[in-house]
Design a protein around this ligand. Structure first.
Ligand SMILES: [Zn+2]
Length: 416
């Protein structure tokens, strides 16, 4: 039990508040579950000097599917077309129907150990009905109930399930409900409209996979290509023109009616779509999943351009079905290596504050500031000196050695 009367200051070689520049020799002072002070002054209370480490806000993984967390390696092969990969995912799901709940808990543990204290999770399996979930859950999970109905006769049932999920979601504290219309090729426009209406009624966010692949754009434009073949094979092809909108833009217009929306991937957004998102940065964010983007071999992601347009961006790992692990720190390192035109301080912000904003959690987390939850990471640094402390933070040898949630250590590296 936390002693709510006691203060504890954690001292580090560098504190990265994200709300401001790194503080050499800084302290983060916590009281119970909250941060009460951040600065270079050592407070008049017990001080724990953590040595050559950085203290930073807990990472926010804005997009994952935890049901695949027991996979040792991704499904399929690098650069394969998305429709072919989805065929293999469907086969995998059929073969491992009961694995979802335990895999999800495994994914939560892996995420915490890697410093992630909040996640945007797309849930299809029923791991949320795990009776111990609320007791075991340390992180905050925004759980987006995934809805799929490419054919009109499946819509009513999908809407019913989504509403049931939202009613259930009101009873939890650390699970925040949201809805996920899966993608344009699996969601009939009438289902999308109903989910937008539910999101308004329950004031919850929406997350939709959008503009992820060329094949998706091809299907919307001409009703043809590998996605049509996949849907036909699954007896899910609706030949009527109103079974889908012709452009990604039309989907963005629908999502913009929700209180908050996450565009997952956005690998193939055109200029008008990017402008639309820039105009709605308060309520719409794009989640870039760097290593998953790389896995599928898409053309380079216009991250710097999107940031320059002031589009709200966040980072996600996506699942272990297309990524080797669930470490958001590794995603940030990958971005640091591949996107030399994005400042390291911005990359840290993408993995913390920007993710919290995208999920609507930034009042509680995302920066180290008084009043926010004491959800933080301790990262062991090199002895080397560096002009920019962010270079030390993203050095290959730097690693997360402690994760704190609500003022308590929940994960600690074995050799620490
Ligand atoms: Zn996804």
């Amino acid at each position: 039990m936390a002693n709510y009367e006691s203060l504890l200051a954690l001292k580090a070689r560098f504190v990265f508040p994200v709300a401001g520049p790194p503080i050499p020799g800084g302290c983060v002072t916590i009281c119970g579950p909250s941060i009460v002070a951040v600065g270079s002054k050592v407070p008049d209370c017990p001080v724990q000097d953590l040595g050559n480490v950085a203290i930073l806000p807990g990472f926010v993984n804005a997009h994952t599917h935890l049901e695949f967390s027991d996979l040792a390696v991704p499904i399929g092969r690098p650069s394969m077309p998305l429709p072919d990969w989805i065929r293999q995912v469907i086969e995998h799901r059929r073969a491992t129907a009961d694995a979802g709940p335990s895999a999800a808990m495994q994914g939560l543990r892996e995420s915490l150990a890697a410093g992630t204290t909040a996640l945007g999770e797309i849930a299809t399996s029923d791991w949320r009905s795990n009776g111990r979930l609320e007791a075991e859950l340390r992180s905050i999970v925004v759980m987006f109930h995934e809805s799929i109905a490419p054919l009109r006769d499946r819509i009513a049932r999908a809407v019913w399930a989504a509403e049931k999920f939202l009613l259930w979601g009101q009873t939890f504290k650390r699970v925040r409900p949201g809805l996920s219309p899966h993608a344009p090729y699996t969601v009939h426009p009438e289902l999308l409209a109903s989910l937008v209406e539910l999101s308004q009624r329950f004031q919850v966010p929406l997350a939709m996979h959008l503009a992820e692949s060329r094949e998706e754009i091809e299907l919307l434009r001409g009703g043809s290509g590998p996605f049509r073949e996949l849907l036909e094979d699954l007896q899910s092809w609706d030949p009527l023109a109103d079974a889908r909108y012709p452009r990604i833009f039309d989907y963005l217009v629908q999502l913009a009616r929700a209180p908050r929306a996450l565009v997952i991937h956005g690998n193939y957004l055109d200029r008008a779509e990017l402008d639309f998102l820039a105009d709605r940065a308060e309520a719409m964010a794009v989640v870039y999943c760097p290593r998953t983007h790389h896995f599928f071999g898409h053309p380079s992601y216009p991250l710097a351009r999107m940031l320059a347009m002031n589009i709200s961006m966040a980072l996600g790992t996506d699942s272990r079905a297309s990524n080797p692990d669930l470490s958001l720190f590794e995603e940030m390192r990958f971005v640091a290596e591949r996107h030399n035109d994005v400042m390291l301080s911005k990359i840290l912000e993408l993995g913390t504050l920007a993710g919290a904003r995208a999920l609507g959690l930034d009042r509680q987390m995302g920066t180290l500031e008084p009043g926010k939850l004491a959800n933080l990471n301790v990262v062991r640094l090199d002895d080397a000196s560096a002009g920019d402390p962010h270079e030390l933070l993203f050095a290959p040898t730097a690693r997360v050695v402690q994760t704190w949630v609500r003022g308590e250590i929940t994960e600690q590296a074995a050799d620490e």
